[in-house]
Design a protein around this ligand. Structure first.
Ligand SMILES: C[S@@+](CC[C@H](N)C(=O)[O-])C[C@H]1O[C@@H](n2cnc3c(N)ncnc32)[C@H](O)[C@@H]1O
Length: 344
């Protein structure tokens, strides 16, 4: 819990909250206790749609990237080390002279190793260690972390990724398995839920019969990478939570390699929620193609939401499933009609 570390640091007079000036909070989640921070001076950067919206709904000013100069910055550790370094570099680059850079994170995300790396470059005060994590701070001179800045990675096929994105080094073997199993001719209207940097959606666009592919992705950075790679006018890009996304008309097919993290936390429940959402987006004869790590428990959600569920393949630690005919309770009703319990 960063909140307890943050409040402990603030109580102990740590210089992480300057008397005036804007404060950047990079990557906070709605679960972080931000009490004690002056709302009117804080600018939060959060590119994940569900977390972005929850923070905005709680009254914080939230954007997709740092803007201008800040008197202090508090970086919340993401899961990937390269992404953490990039976040630190971006925060340090927009600090005013002598501005404080603070970094907070749990041990499970590698705060100790990161503290060692930062200490090798700049002096760091005694950290606050609490709740299985640490909060440390420093005053980085200009350029101290410039070499940690995020560099896009260019992949064959015109794809581009950024550090910390899912399968940033190349297509995920699970997605490759799913793409290989798709029929040569696909139905016209599809979605890729959790589309990442676009590899699977691009594979669908390469099949015949496709008129539109909706790329639904929660992370604005990944969606920007997909946009940069896919110039096809049949691609529609949606920065959205797939669990609540609703297409304008029912879809013929959904492709999915579902995430198993909700923000920073591991949560296989998000995949099950996306299966339910997919069923709700499909036409009566619609089809879901899903690939997932073999151990992830999606069978109950599939059986609950689809009348036909056929395991297609199991290879390399992945399972591939084709599910068809969404159960009536899961399907969207035609426009204007209400369900038995007021369902729309
Ligand atoms: C396992 S990756 C699959 C990416 C891509 N389809 C591929 O095959 O390479 C899952 C993706 O889902 C995204 N994601 C996580 N939660 C999401 C949500 N609630 N709504 C939409 N996308 C989400 C992640 O950012 C990630 O890009």
């Amino acid at each position: 819990m960063s909140g307890s570390r943050l409040s402990r640091a603030l109580e102990s007079g740590a210089p992480i909250l300057p008397a005036e000036g804007r404060i950047l909070l990079s990557g906070p989640s709605p679960a972080d206790d931000l009490a004690g921070l002056p709302r009117d001076r804080c600018h939060l950067v959060q590119t994940l749609r569900p977390e972005h919206d929850a923070l905005a709904a709680a009254g914080w000013q939230v954007g997709l990237a740092p803007e201008g100069i800040y008197a202090a910055a508090l970086v919340f550790l993401p899961r990937a080390r390269a992404a953490a370094r990039a976040r630190i570099a971006a925060a340090a680059a927009c600090l005013s002279d002598g501005g404080v850079l603070a970094v907070d994170g749990p041990r499970t995300l590698g705060i100790d190793a990161l503290l060692r790396e930062v200490r090798a470059r700049v002096p760091v005060d005694e950290p606050v260690a609490r709740a299985h994590g640490k909060l440390f701070w420093c005053r980085p001179p200009a350029g101290a972390f410039a070499d940690w800045a995020e560099t896009p990675r260019r992949l064959p096929g015109g794809f581009v990724t950024l550090p910390g994105m899912f399968s940033a080094d190349g297509p995920d073997p699970g997605s490759v398995l799913l793409a290989a199993a798709l029929p040569e001719r696909l139905p016209p209207r599809l979605a890729d839920l959790g589309a990442g940097w676009g590899w699977l959606a691009a594979a669908a666009l390469a099949r015949t019969g496709v008129e539109e592919v909706h790329l639904v992705e929660a992370d604005a950075r990944a969606l920007d990478c997909a946009r940069a790679a896919i110039a096809d006018p049949r691609a529609r890009f949606h920065w959205a939570d797939a669990r609540s996304f609703r297409p304008d008309r029912p879809l013929d097919a959904v492709l999915m390699n579902p995430p198993f993290h909700d923000g920073r936390a591991a949560d296989p429940g998000i995949g099950a929620a996306m299966i339910r959402a997919a069923a709700g987006m499909l036409a009566p004869n619609g089809v879901l193609w899903l690939v997932a790590n073999r151990h992830l428990p999606y069978e109950a959600a599939l059986a609950e939401c689809f009348r036909e569920v056929a395991p297609l393949e199991s290879a390399g630690g992945y399972k591939l499933v084709r599910a068809a005919r969404p159960a009536a309770a899961a399907r969207p009703l035609p426009a204007g009609r209400r369900g038995p319990r007021g369902r729309r």
